[in-house]
Design a protein around this ligand. Sequence first.
Ligand code: ADP
Ligand code: MG
Length: 240
Amino acid sequence: MIEFIRVNKFFGKLHVLKNINLFIPRGEVVVIVGPSGSGKSTLLRTINALERIDSGEVRVDGVSVHDPKTDVRALRKQIGMVFQHFNLYPHLTALENIVLAPTKVLGMDRKEAEDMALQILEKVGLREKAHAYPGQLSGGQQQRVAIARALAMRPKIMLFDEPTSALDPEMVGEVLEVMRELAAEGMTMVVVTHEMDFAHDVAHRVVFMDHGEIVEVAPPEEFFREPREERARQFLRRIL
Ligand code: ADP
Ligand code: MG
């Protein structure tokens, strides 16, 4: 579903992605971990062409993402993204936030979009908050609306960049719970997170990055029990 083939990227002189090779099959949940500044966000953002690359290739479902001939808008419709900061429209209700893209971008009928939005809100446990404005919701609830909004586009892939990092600790669980359910349904997911319990329980594979390199890729049971690489061991010692 997602392929990185010898991908390199620079920000000026800074080599932020170094010869990245990674294959993510459909339905897989990959959790990316690593120190701050190691290139996790940049890697994620190359998947939907929010960042360009300098060499190599990224493919999504066989489509070469950075090929000038590729229709980036069509590609992005298939890829949901959730960030640390929820960026909901403050002047729109939860329901309206969710309905916006399906009606505007997919041309979905308003009633149909609202029915779907309500179903998705139900799924993330917020059916009763459909008509609340973001300012009336907790951080955890806002992030669940942001996930619902991404899901309303019926994406093939969901990307999460530290979705719980900005939340008060008591709200982290409810967001991770929604992500766990999504994983259980077979969604292809790439998740950058510091939530190691989530990585341990939900990831099919953990990718450890450091200084722009993928240093280790392993199933979570192996990665957390006995990482092969010294840099990964040091990282785990620091955070666990
Ligand atoms: P992570 O998500 O692992 O913390 P990032 O992918 O955000 O790391 O950043 C990787 C490196 O690239 C860091 O050194 C960061 O400072 C740098 N960087 C990120 N975005 C830009 C940018 N737009 N311009 C220049 N440097 C950047
Ligand atoms: Mg980041």
